[in-house]
Design a protein around this ligand. Structure first.
Ligand SMILES: [Zn+2]
Length: 240
């Protein structure tokens, strides 16, 4: 059963309109995916970094963080950048995690929804990805944590060390029904996912070698959560 928890609604149309106009200023090609969602791309080098947020409608920090990174020129210019600033604007408008009762972030194996199918088709056009970051929030958590879904190299430890200096880390041994690998770090086994794949597992299985899902605790101050997400993304992009 999907747990729904109502949050103060984010003005997602305002966020996406601003994101769209900034893209044009900052050299990103931006387009509507055909259903009001945006995809933005800027060419810059041999590597491609992917970022997405807002697949869960009750997690406002991600779309705001992606907008703020655009506004403050924090996306590196020497790599290709592929951005999905909000994958579930309808959910955001309703303040609910799901889209029409369906968790889009468990939809990537079977494509239950045409939304996920459209998203996956678009990503395929950009070929090989070198790193992905999915921005999430968790209302049950008392601190920041991260899922590392990586082949060989992982920078999750650097992220936890850096974030811990300014923001609480979730230090529990079990988070979201996963046993942690190291403090604040969950390391899922990609072969255990037979169905209900989250976005990051799909990205990993299609060959992206480093995939991070970062989670901020949605009961804490929004401004601090946004700043924390930006700090983690900036660090991951610098380390790669
Ligand atoms: Zn989420």
């Amino acid at each position: 059963m999907i747990t729904e928890r109502k949050h103060k609604k984010l003005n997602i149309d305002g966020v996406l309109n601003r994101f769209h106009s900034l893209c044009e200023v900052k050299g990103f090609q931006v387009s509507d995916m055909g259903d009001g969602r945006l995809v933005a791309y800027r060419q810059g080098g041999n590597k491609t970094y992917y970022m997405s947020s807002g697949i869960h409608g009750d997690e406002p920090a991600g779309p705001i963080a992606m907008l703020s990174m655009m506004n403050n020129d924090l996306y590196p210019k020497d790599v290709n950048i592929l951005l999905f600033p909000c994958l579930n604007p309808e959910g955001v408008k309703q303040g609910t995690r799901s889209y029409k009762g369906k968790d889009l972030n468990r939809d990537f194996a079977r494509e239950y929804s045409n939304k996920t199918e459209l998203h996956k088709r678009l990503v395929e056009k950009f070929g090989k990805l070198d790193m992905s970051i999915c921005l999430h929030e968790d209302w049950e958590s008392d601190g920041f944590y991260i899922y590392e879904q990586c082949d060989d190299v992982s920078h999750a430890d650097e992220v936890i060390n850096t974030i811990s200096k300014t923001f609480p880390i979730n230090t529990k041994r079990t988070i979201d029904n996963h046993n942690v690998d190291r403090t604040g770090i969950i390391k899922p086994n990609k072969n255990k996912y037979k169905k209900n794949w989250p976005e990051s597992i799909w990205l990993w299985k299609r060959g992206c070698p480093q995939n991070y899902t970062i989670e901020t605790p949605s009961e804490l101050n929004l401004k601090d959560r946004v700043a924390t997400q930006i700090k983690a993304c900036k660090l991951l992009m610098e380390l790669n």
